[in-house]
Design a protein around this ligand. Structure first.
Ligand code: NAD
Ligand code: TYD
Length: 350
């Protein structure tokens, strides 16, 4: 088939990547969307079951650390753009195994940048778009917001690796004129999120009547955004964002962990027909995460003013939908929590 554009999406079998792939495959039948993913523990092709047969979708299993594999891929396809999401993404895992984060997040990103630099003689209309995190800015006190102009101050191996890759992306923009864009987003929630992250972990544990681990005093604050709104923002930035720019994406939706977990307990009790307060009894305060950042909160005025982005869903509504999705998708949850999951879980929390 003759497509108008061929776009490489990395990490498309993961949580956010699968939403981005689904969105672009459905919305732009004139684009060929090539999903590259190593399929680590966090990647799952079932996340894309509804679009695998679309004629404008292809999947390639590949590690972005495999330079020769990337060269072959860039020889096989003539990419107009790259939307780069592949990463090791869980802070706790970065504390126990930082090297994996440096390899995938830093070296893997460098490998992709090198291929774009080599292949893109004509830079017109090309775009390397790096999907990054607000955690690169460090940790806030009780006041203030992350702005695009804040200096970087990453404090976990995960955020240090993402900060490092952001710097490389900008350096390739400045030094080699690779047309780059970056967005730094707050915490996402929604369907297909691996149950090691707070929200799906709590839902899964309530379902299985297991303790709900709260790090420290549960006072840490995160700014939650529905994953489909993040996918909308990525679509917007890819098509309308200015080259060389950074955009913060957030939900204006700050929650202390303990308040969020209490809300989830109450939603789950209602959905499961439990007596009031039943799930809250499972809350267990555990040892704090090493170097636990206190608060993240995004100033999203740039993307709002420049590109007209606004989150479409209220948090309570998004959370209800998310709980429904996990309760209605037992097979998915059983599948991803089989195998090594229990091993990880037992080692991490006990
Ligand atoms: P995820 O862990 O769910 O998915 C990551 C995907 O990358 C998986 O499919 C995995 O198989 C793939 N992958 C990992 N290593 C790879 C490698 N070496 N080669 C090829 N593929 C590899 O992560 P996510 O939560 O969907 O996050 C996606 C991106 O968005 C990441 O870059 C992350 O830093 C960023 N981000 C995430 C959040 C969030 O709240 N989850 C917020 C802001 C930014
Ligand atoms: P997480 O979902 O891992 O995202 P991030 O660390 O990237 O923000 O964690 C969200 C918050 O929830 C963070 O403050 C750590 C906390 N948390 C717990 O209290 N218990 C848990 O079991 C997990 C996974 C996280």
């Amino acid at each position: 088939m003759n497509f108008k554009k061929t776009i490489l999406i990395t990490g498309g079998a993961g949580f956010i990547g699968s939403h981005v792939v689904r969105k672009l495959v459905k919305k732009y039948s004139e684009y060929h969307i090539v999903n590259l993913d190593k399929l680590t523990y966090a990647g799952n092709l079932n996340n894309l079951h509804d679009i695998v047969d679309k004629p404008n979708y292809s999947f390639i299993q590949l590690d972005i650390c495999n330079e020769q594999g990337l060269k072959d891929l860039f020889n096989q396809f003539s990419f107009d753009g790259v939307i780069h999401l592949a990463a090791e993404s869980h802070v706790d895992r970065s504390i126990t195994n930082p090297k994996e984060f440096v390899l995938t997040n830093v070296v893997g990103t460098l490998n992709l940048l090198n291929e774009c630099k080599l292949k893109w003689d004509d830079l017109d209309d090309k775009c390397f778009y790096h999907i990054s995190t607000d955690e690169v800015y460090g940790s806030l006190g009780e006041e203030g917001y992350f702005e695009e102009t804040n200096s970087y101050d990453p404090r976990s191996p995960y955020s240090a690796s993402k900060a490092s890759s952001d710097h490389l992306v900008r350096a390739y923009g400045h030094t080699y004129n690779v047309p780059v864009k970056i967005s730094n987003c707050s915490n996402n929630y929604g369907s297909f999120q691996f149950p090691e992250k707070l929200i799906p972990l709590i839902i899964n544990n309530i379902k299985n009547k297991k303790p709900l681990p709260i790090y420290g005093k549960g006072e840490n604050v995160r700014d939650w955004l529905w994953v489909e709104d993040h996918a909308n923002a990525i679509d917007l930035i890819y098509h309308k964002g200015r080259v060389g720019e950074t955009y913060n994406i957030g939900g204006h939706n700050e929650w202390q962990n303990i308040d969020l977990v209490n809300l989830l307990c109450d939603i789950m009790d209602r959905k499961l027909g439990n007596p009031d307060g039943e799930s809250r009894k499972l809350i267990t305060y555990v040892k704090d995460r090493a170097g636990h950042d206190l608060r993240y909160a995004i100033d999203a005025s740039k993307i709002e003013n420049e590109l007209g982005f606004k989150p479409s869903v209220k948090f309570e509504e998004g959370l209800e939908n998310t709980v429904d999705w996990y309760l209605n998708n037992n097979n998915w949850l059983n599948d991803v929590t089989s195998g090594n999951y229990q091993h990880y879980y037992d080692n991490h929390y006990n």
